[in-house]
Design a protein around this ligand. Structure first.
Ligand SMILES: Nc1ncnc2c1ncn2[C@@H]1O[C@H](COP(=O)(O)OP(=O)(O)OP(=O)(O)O)[C@@H](O)[C@H]1O
Length: 372
């Protein structure tokens, strides 16, 4: 694999307008905004990459640097081997023609039909009229809205509008498709359809897709690689499964917890332990510790087990999640089984808060007149 886009030590600093902020008594000098801060990154050709981070992390600025809409203050941006950081505007336009882009609010031309919207970039690129119609028909067919060619955007659902946006972005057969929060305005089912379409574009057309999102389920569904941003910096990057299974930074851990099952909250533990008298233990389920291995370990030690909480999900065709089991059997057998499992995965005993507090209180000698 080779990198289709590379960033080398890229920073983007926005000067503050006017240079000064008015304080109540004194004039304060405001700091310039370091939107992207010394980012070095490779986007491998033919992959789907997710750029993730909270609002203000610098994701949109990073993407605007990728397609030359912003010039770096420092560092270099290479697209297909060419340093675009200092290209004149005319040449940048040519580079941009090879990069499609879709947006959260679709950005369609309201006064043009679906056909007109998709035909637009072809006209701008100087396609002859007789070639435009078959190309637009082919694109609308590909994204599944051939029957809407004569419809105006306002008559379409959000999902259909995004399909038009995708068809338009694909018109000039780009090698790279940038999707900036492209599903954030859509309901969950429509989001799934659009993500499936993006996956298909990647698989069937070989297009490299860069997805900007703050939603980890989007990453979980389609991304091969995750790039986690915080305060303009890349704080973590890696294959999606690795990042989900073993997130390193605190913010990645927070993001991941929104899209994979974790351990129960304290009040849930209290409720579960009232309903289940056995020992409650949460076990990390992964490639290293799939459910059959966990079940076999309990069986080998003569421990009874049933799942009472949690779930598993599939990421890059591999299983990941956390299951909380109620275990029954002798303490020694349970300890031995958990010791075995502890060698391969995360094991956490779940003790209700009240019982925890009780255990923490030292056993004081009971005064002779207690209870009187
Ligand atoms: N043109 C600009 N001028 C000044 N500051 C800017 C400009 N563009 C972005 N910023 C600032 O740079 C930082 C990063 O913004 P950016 O939009 O890249 O973040 P983001 O992660 O995409 O956030 P969001 O998810 O809200 O879009 C923010 O503090 C933002 O206010």
């Amino acid at each position: 694999m080779s990198a289709i886009v590379s960033l080398r030590g890229v920073s983007k600093v926005f000067p503050v307008q006017g240079g000064k902020l008015q304080g109540s008594k004194r004039t304060q000098r405001a700091e310039p905004v370091r939107a992207v801060d010394d980012v070095t990154l490779d986007v491998e050709e033919g992959t789907v990459v997710g750029i993730v981070g909270y609002s203000g992390a610098g994701k949109s600025t990073l993407v605007r640097l990728l397609n030359g809409l912003e010039r770096p203050t420092q560092g270099q941006v290479f697209v297909k081997g060419q340093d675009i950081s200092s290209l004149p505007e005319g040449e940048l336009r040519r580079v941009r023609a090879g990069i499609g882009m879709i947006f959260q609010q679709f950005n369609l031309l309201k006064s043009r039909t679906v056909f007109g919207n998709v035909a637009y970039p072809l006209k701008v690129a100087g396609w002859p009229k007789d070639k435009i119609k078959p190309r637009v028909d082919e694109l609308l067919e590909f994204v599944g809205i051939a029957d809407k060619a004569g419809t105006y955007p306002r008559r379409l659902s959000g999902g259909q509008q995004q399909r038009v946006g995708i068809a338009r972005a694909l018109a000039n057969a780009p090698d790279i498709l940038l999707a900036d929060e492209a599903t954030s305005a859509l309901d969950p089912e429509t989001t799934r359809d659009v993500l499936r379409l993006l996956r298909r574009i990647n698989k069937e057309l070989g297009t490299t897709v860069v997805v900007i999102t703050h939603e980890m389920h989007v990453v979980r569904e389609i991304c091969d690689t995750v790039v986690m941003m915080e305060s303009g910096r890349v704080v973590e990057t890696g294959p999606t499964y690795t990042v989900f299974a073993d997130p390193q930074s605190a913010s990645t851990q927070r993001f991941v917890s929104t899209a994979v099952h974790g351990t129960p909250e304290p009040d849930t533990v209290t409720r579960l332990s009232a309903a289940h008298p056995g020992q409650l233990v949460s076990i990390g389920i992964s490639e290293a510790a799939p459910t059959p291995l966990v079940a076999a370990t309990f069986e080998r030690h003569g421990v009874g087990s049933s799942v009472v909480f949690g779930g598993v999900t599939e990421i890059q065709n591999k299983i990941l999640g956390t299951l909380t089991y109620e275990l029954t059997g002798s303490d020694a057998a349970i300890d031995a089984a958990l010791a075995d499992l502890g060698d391969v995965t995360a094991v956490e005993r779940q003790i209700p808060t009240a019982a925890r507090a009780e255990r923490a209180v030292p056993h004081l000698p009971v005064p002779a007149n207690a209870g009187e």
